[in-house]
Design a protein. Structure first.
Ligand code: CAO
Length: 419
């Protein structure tokens, strides 16, 4: 099968999650991704949260499939020489070191351009160049706070109120996906100009990009002073900042997470129920409430909003003798947008996800095999084949040989502890 990114050589100088997620995806689609890791320890995620002693942790295996691993100490003169050779022969270098680390290593953007003017340098940082916080190191949850996700997620009153972190990797993997788009854009640009360029994505910016509807809400709030789709409307007061809206729908469709049969013991016995405007009539039919169709208190979204939580309570009453699956099976017949709240266990064992390649089992030299999340992007002419993450330094000698190093030179690099 033709893999469209075949032939693109990527130096993968990434670690933890944001960078590795980006290069993993490019590897799935055919790029030759060589992960450069510090000898002895490698990417910190190899040993973080291990489930099996002395074996690469799932944190690493699930973010580094389809890559090769080269160990290289880029702080030694010999290691720097190898990296320089790699830069000459590669198309892209991806890194997500702390601010200034690449410069301190001696590979500033200016230097990289001198070595290879066609090189694309792709970087993830917490904040963008020139930002007042540009010197900060950043992890996932820090980015969620800096990008507007935390201030707009969670409960606005009660014991659980306060900014809330999402379990989804809005700061890490999301930033990596933005970077992948940037890299491919720069690569196409290079085909037109013959020149490489620097591509940078700040985690704060990538989170903000996903929170743009909350920025929309800030602008609306500034103009009208209230947000009619938020649960605070119309009975509570709004301040001058976008409030947290609990489980309210973020668009024009009111929605909420509702309890189903068994919620008392099953933490995920819930569905998300959306009251889409045009679906109101089918919703009334599904719930056995045909009278709501003509009742002026229920007929329009505007009329419903002041007592929307009472409507959800009525729907919850209808749900109390139905499992989340039974409820969705009824509602889908009425074309009502809804879904069960799936646990990770359910997703891991989901037949449809396994059939589509969204969940895949990958053989691994030391683990036996591991389950991982496959490509969420589906193509008609490409079915990404997910292969195991590399062992630390598994491909060191092979990569050095490809770079033109002789067996004696490779032995000397090992002796100097540069690889
Ligand atoms: N050989 C020799 N040195 C190496 C090396 C190698 N192969 N790989 C890395 N290093 C060195 C770096 O050069 C750096 O050295 P100096 O600081 O002395 O110049 C050092 O390792 C530490 O790098 P770091 O700052 O990236 O690592 P950290 O663990 O202190 O910080 C993180 C981690 C993630 C907070 C930081 O890298 C960061 O802010 N990255 C940008 C934002 C980002 O991607 N965050 C998401 C991570 S996923 O949650």
């Amino acid at each position: 099968m033709n893999k469209p990114l075949n032939g693109i050589k990527i130096i993968d100088f990434t670690h933890v999650q944001a960078g590795p997620a980006c290069t993993q995806m490019l590897a799935w689609f055919g790029a030759d991704v060589i992960k450069v890791e510090r000898p002895g320890s490698g990417d910190v995620t190899r040993s973080q949260l291990r489930d099996i002693p002395n074996v690469d942790a799932l944190y690493f295996t699930m973010l580094n499939s389809n890559k090769r691993s080269l160990t290289l100490d880029t702080k030694t003169a010999e290691g720097k020489a190898v990296l320089e050779k790699m830069i000459k022969e590669s198309d892209v270098m991806v890194e997500n070191f702390g601010p200034g680390a690449l410069d301190r290593m001696g590979f500033s953007w200016e230097r990289i351009q001198e070595i290879n003017p066609k090189m694309i340098l792709a970087s993830v940082k917490g904040f963008s160049d020139g930002h007042e916080y540009e010197d900060l190191k950043v992890y996932e949850n820090v980015a969620q706070c800096a990008g507007g996700a935390a201030s707009t997620t969670g409960w606005w009153k009660g014991e659980q109120s306060g900014p809330m972190i999402s379990a989804a990797a809005l700061g890490d993997t999301n930033t990596g996906m933005h970077l992948a788009i940037g890299i491919l854009t720069a690569y196409i640009g290079r085909q037109q100009t013959g020149k490489g360029q620097k591509v940078a994505v700040a985690m704060q910016d990538a989170v903000l990009n996903l929170c743009r509807v909350k920025m929309r809400d800030q602008l609306r709030l500034d103009t009208v002073g209230y947000l009619e789709e938020y649960p605070q409307y119309p009975h509570e007061t709004f301040s001058d900042v976008v409030p947290r809206g609990g489980n309210a729908g973020g668009g024009g469709q009111p929605g909420w997470i509702l309890k189903c049969k068994g919620w008392e013991t099953d933490p995920n016995a819930y569905i998300y129920f959306t009251i889409q405007g045009q679906a109101w009539s089918p919703i009334c039919d599904a719930l056995g409430k045909p009278e709501w169709k003509t009742d002026p208190l229920y007929m329009t979204p505007k009329a419903r909003q002041p007592h929307i939580m009472d409507i959800f309570a009525t729907i919850e009453d209808w749900l109390k003798d139905k499992t989340k699956y039974e409820a969705v099976d009824i509602l889908r017949k009425f074309d009502i947008p809804c879904a069960p709240v799936f646990s990770m266990k359910e997703l891991l064992h989901d037949k449809s996800l396994r059939a589509s390649g969204s969940i895949v089992e990958v053989p691994h030299k030391e683990r036996g095999s591991y389950w991982t999340v496959g490509s969420p992007i589906k193509f008609s002419d490409l079915k990404p084949e997910i292969t195991a993450s590399p062992l630390l330094g598994e491909h060191t000698d092979g990569v050095l040989a490809e770079l033109g190093y002789s067996a004696e030179q490779i032995a000397a690099l090992h002796a100097a502890k540069a690889v």
